[in-house]
Design a protein around this ligand. Structure first.
Ligand SMILES: [Zn+2]
Length: 342
């Protein structure tokens, strides 16, 4: 602890209270917020991890191990990456992730906050980023595959890195803050070029199945994880082999993958309190009898709202509701018919 009136440790010659005190307090404050967010994440991750260890997933674990690892050697960093991949990215033969199944099995006992966190965890994905700015409490990274900028408040995550460098990383949004899941892997410029060229090439030969290179990378995240492993396992951090990984033949379309968690979210964010419970119940009943659900979450949520309000005798048009959810009246009409038919 440095006294307020002592000389500032930065060497400026000023008193601490007139120099770095405020800045350091801000860093400490942010660090505590991040620690709290990481705690929430860890807590939920432990629940999913326990779930993933049940015997029903033994076979999936074997399949996933073969798909993920590039070496037999055990390495704690890579084991951690493997767990992340297994829980959030790996899809079983029905196209479901462990996390998605965890949500489905625990839906009725999860709180709103837990559902929100899980929804963020489902949206998180590993990617390659350029570090565009490293600030005192906020840094900016840019995704090479879709150019999206992400502001991360994870103050210590980039401390050994510089602006302009590239990393493999996975961020997740917890309570409005982006934190890194697992450690970032530094990628040299030379490796960056190899990875990006390689992935572009794989995307080209498989592009019929995905809408964008970003989506391709999300559905084939083992590619990034494999490049990451090559960097971690090689002393010189060189990527020796380009990957010619066989890309999974059938990539589910984004619509198919739409988790109904997003629909609960859309309802909670849009529906009035007095109708919300009815809306949630209607949806719960609907998904029980309809296993495969296609279409955007907003389309479904809009149809549910329309359904409930109409039932309650409100005077409301499909056009009004579809505008609220930013979808076309046609989509609403279609989903509404499907709801009515069940
Ligand atoms: Zn100072």
């Amino acid at each position: 602890m440095i006294g307020r009136n002592e000389l500032c440790p930065c060497g400026s010659g000023k008193k601490y209270k007139k120099c770095c005190l405020q800045k350091n307090q801000l860093i400490e404050f942010t660090r505590n917020k991040i620690l709290y967010a990481k705690g929430l994440y860890k807590n939920m991750e432990n629940k999913i991890y326990e779930y993933s260890k049940t015997s029903s997933f033994h076979n999936d674990r074997d399949v996933c191990t073969k798909k993920f690892h590039i070496s037999q050697d055990s390495n704690p960093t890579i084991d951690k990456l493997y767990n992340t991949y297994f829980m959030y990215d790996y899809r079983n033969d029905k196209g479901n992730t462990i996390t998605k199944m965890f949500i489905d099995d625990n839906k009725l006992t999860l709180s709103k906050n837990q559902i929100n966190l899980l929804s963020s965890m489902l949206k998180a994905n590993i990617s390659i980023f350029k570090i565009e700015d490293i600030g005192i409490t906020k840094s900016i990274i840019r995704d090479y595959f879709n150019d999206n900028k992400i502001v991360v408040e994870d103050v210590d995550a980039l401390k050994n890195l510089k602006v302009g460098q590239s990393i493999i990383g996975r961020t997740v949004n917890v309570q409005g803050m982006n934190i890194f899941v697992d450690e970032c892997i530094k990628v040299s410029d030379k490796n960056l070029k190899i990875i990006l060229d390689n992935i572009k090439q794989l995307y080209k030969s498989n592009s019929r199945k995905t809408k964008s290179i970003k989506e391709f990378v999300i559905y084939n995240s083992e590619l990034i994880y494999k490049f990451g492993q090559q960097i971690l396992l090689n002393d010189k951090s060189h990527i020796l082999n380009s990957l010619n990984t066989q890309v999974k033949k059938e990539i589910e379309s984004k619509d198919n993958n739409n988790s109904d968690v997003n629909i609960y979210d859309a309802l909670r964010n849009n529906m009035e309190e007095k109708y919300l419970q009815k809306g949630l119940d209607l949806w719960r009943g609907f998904i029980k009898s309809n296993k495969s659900i296609k279409g955007s979450e907003n389309g479904w949520a809009a149809a549910i709202e329309y359904y409930i309000k109409k039932d309650a005798g409100e005077i409301i048009t499909q056009a009004q509701v579809s505008e609220k959810y930013e979808i076309s009246p046609r989509t609403l009409g279609k989903r509404y018919k499907e709801l009515r038919a069940s």
